[in-house]
Design a protein around this ligand. Structure first.
Ligand code: ADP
Length: 293
């Protein structure tokens, strides 16, 4: 990697001269490798992947921009994307995490509700992106269930079939697609601006105590899908949920639908990593089918 070329690209994009002093590898990312780029006055965060994945980074930069434009929650500001040698890159503002501010969870709950109050008239987004490393189609639709069938649940089930997923899972998934309107008999989702991949690993509190979210898979969809994912791998406090619900209460049917929304992510985990996720997805599907009977 020619870091000097990256420093030049940062200088050109930011309009501020960036004199790179060091590139420190940062662990922790599931999909990409990452570095902190330390300059004499400022730092940047850079993610790298194979050159063919430039599109993924461009979509992520667009997503960060969309979340930043909502001015509800802090996100790292994207600086530039490109290809250097055999690597695609995404550069963004570097933040220092590790803040333990006592009010951060409440602030985050309020801020997320306000972000979700940014709505559109259609579900989807102006471009496709990725969820983890899996393509995530976002072609806009007026009908949420149609969107979820075509671009989320049905799409992941097709990938699972291509991956050789168990036929019992695929069969139950088909049944669920057929029955899913029954989950929405007295609930009308509206197209809210979503982070799209809001597990606790994509949330931090800055040293100044500010909530910050990153690594999004943005689209406009039912806000319950974002809330469901916050519960999938744990990590968010009751104060966060209380503050969210005070700002914009969730519908009581969320308790059942959250499993429906999280099934998308578990199927995606099966499609990315295989293994026990197929069994987990099947158990979730069985649970939903029995709730619907
Ligand atoms: P991946 O796309 O590979 O999953 P992430 O975007 O989740 O990577 O980033 C990996 C880790 O790097 C995160 O867990 C977080 O701790 C840290 N990180 C992400 N973005 C920034 C940033 N802008 N500034 C500082 N640290 C960051």
């Amino acid at each position: 990697m020619n870091w000097n070329h990256i420093a030049e690209a940062i200088t050109a994009a930011s309009g501020e001269p960036f004199y790179l002093q060091r590139a420190d590898s940062i662990g922790g990312g599931c999909i990409n490798s990452a570095y902190q780029l330390l300059g004499d006055r400022q730092s940047y965060f850079i993610k790298l992947n194979r050159a063919e994945r430039l599109d993924m980074f461009e979509a992520e930069a667009d997503g960060l921009q969309a979340l930043a434009a909502a001015r509800a929650i802090r996100v790292p500001v994207p600086v530039c994307t490109g290809v250097e040698g055999s690597q695609a890159y995404l550069v963004m503002e570097y933040f220092v995490g590790g803040g333990g501010h006592s009010g951060a969870a409440e602030n985050f709950g309020q801020q997320l509700a306000r972000m979700h109050q940014h709505t559109r008239d259609k579900f989807g987004w102006h471009r496709d992106n990725t969820i983890g490393s899996t393509p995530q189609p976002n072609t806009p639709r007026n009908d949420w269930l149609e969107f979820w069938r075509a671009h989320r649940l049905g799409y992941q089930l097709e990938l699972a079939e291509q991956r050789g997923g168990p036929s019992s899972l695929l069969h139950k998934g088909e049944q669920l697609i057929y029955m899913m309107p029954d989950l929405f008999t007295d609930y009308q989702p509206i197209p809210s601006l979503l982070h799209g991949d809001l597990w606790s690993g994509n949330y931090a509190v800055t040293r100044a105590g500010e909530p910050i979210i990153f690594d999004p898979a943005v689209y406009y969809g039912d806000r319950e899908a974002d809330m469901a994912m916050t519960e999938l791998f744990g990590g968010f406090s009751q104060r966060f949920y209380a503050a969210y619900n005070e700002t914009w209460p969730l519908d009581s049917g969320y308790r059942v639908r959250k499993t429906f929304y999280n099934l998308y992510h578990i199927l995606n985990h099966f499609n990315m990593f295989g293994g026990g996720y197929a069994r987990q997805a099947e158990r979730m599907t069985e649970q939903l089918l029995s709730d619907l009977r």
